[in-house]
Design a protein around this ligand. Structure first.
Ligand SMILES: Cc1cc2nc3c(=O)[nH]c(=O)nc-3n(C[C@H](O)[C@H](O)[C@H](O)COP(=O)(O)OP(=O)(O)OC[C@H]3O[C@@H](n4cnc5c(N)ncnc54)[C@H](O)[C@@H]3O)c2cc1C
Length: 302
């Protein structure tokens, strides 16, 4: 098979590149070894896809070539992507500091990109694993050999191999003598063998977030407080495994020897929103019958 452009990898980059090349009248084939396109987009933003940030500036990017972000952003601004999202009637909201998310699901962004591919005449071939490329270009896949005038490698980084991430792009870069910077993880979870030692750190990001927002919004006379509640019997809570064990434990060990109710949380919120709390900001109010002050559960009697 011969075509004008082959794009390898149907992630965010590959899909967009294929669409743009198709719009320029080039015959484009997009190859993806997963059964579905854009798996990382699907899980992005907690399933709601943080699809752009309206305050994006070249200074927000770290790159060996700072001109790249400048040039790319001068040609395609966040507003252009937002226009596309609106054209496809995808509802969105701003979460904070310019971050835009879908109201519904990241699948809407995927459907939009798929439609744009179809409109640009892009041929998407799924379950097509590329094993090697040769100059010319000749691409070796599990579906046979393919040829193209231009080749784009958009096989992404190494995060989440379960979703199809490979080192293919890095290998091809090495093959063509391009320098590759030493790779290091950008965002990783921390796991510890001894969780108890680190337990004190539990919830620190919540506190930091509340304090940061209180600092940022205080000059506009907006107060930011939060409520950290003990286990509350709600419809959703009933589906948590061991929820009744948590309740029993609180009742036996909390200083007030009882559980809290949704009404207790509502009352605390009422206080925080009322003029009674007019000079309270950046605080987390613990509504937990005092459970949080315990260093360890009360020892059994006897
Ligand atoms: C949990 C999580 C949440 C995120 N949330 C956000 C967010 O809300 N907003 C945001 O902007 N970014 C977010 N990101 C980052 C964003 O998802 C990635 O930066 C982006 O998806 C990368 O796109 P890409 O096209 O470069 O690579 P990828 O999406 O990794 O696409 C590469 C594609 O190439 C395919 N491939 C690899 N090797 C081969 C091969 N040999 N043959 C054929 N196909 C191959 C892969 O299957 C994959 O589909 C998030 C990332 C993660 C992990």
């Amino acid at each position: 098979m011969k075509t004008d452009v082959i794009v390898i990898g149907a992630g965010a980059a590959g899909l967009f590149c294929a669409i743009e090349a198709g719009k320029r009248g080039r015959k484009v084939t997009l190859l993806e070894h997963n059964a579905t396109i854009g798996e990382k987009i699907r899980i992005s933003g907690g399933g709601r896809c943080n699809f752009t940030n309206i305050h994006t500036q070249p200074e927000n990017f770290i790159s060996g070539n700072p001109s790249f972000a400048r040039s790319a952003l001068s040609r395609y601004k966040p507003e252009a992507f937002l226009e596309l999202v609106e054209h496809h009637k995808i509802r969105w909201h701003e979460k904070k500091s310019g971050q835009l998310f879908c109201d519904g699901s990241s699948r809407e962004i995927l459907a939009m990109l798929r439609k744009e591919c179809d409109a640009a005449g892009v041929k998407v071939v799924a379950e097509c694993r590329v094993s090697s490329v040769q100059k010319g270009f000749v691409v070796e896949t599990n579906r046979g050999e393919m040829e193209s005038e231009s080749l784009v490698i958009a096989t992404g980084g190494l995060s989440i191999p379960k979703l199809g991430a490979t080192d293919f792009g890095y290998r091809v870069a090495n093959q063509f003598g391009l320098s590759v910077k030493t790779l290091r993880p950008g965002l990783v979870p921390l796991t510890f063998d001894e969780p108890k030692e680190w337990h004190a750190l539990h919830g620190v990001s919540f506190e930091a977030e509340v304090r940061y927002l209180a600092m940022e919004l205080g000059p506009r006379n907006i107060r930011v407080n939060a409520i950290s509640a003990g286990p509350v019997r709600t419809l959703a809570a009933r589906s948590i495994t061991g929820f009744t064990v948590m309740e029993d434990h609180t009742e036996k060990n909390a200083p007030l020897r009882r559980n809290i109710s949704a009404e207790d949380v509502g009352n605390a919120a009422y206080y925080l929103c009322s003029p009674l709390a007019q000079n309270v900001t950046g605080q987390i109010l613990l509504v937990d019958a005092g459970y949080s002050i315990l260093g360890m559960p009360t020892a059994p009697a006897g």
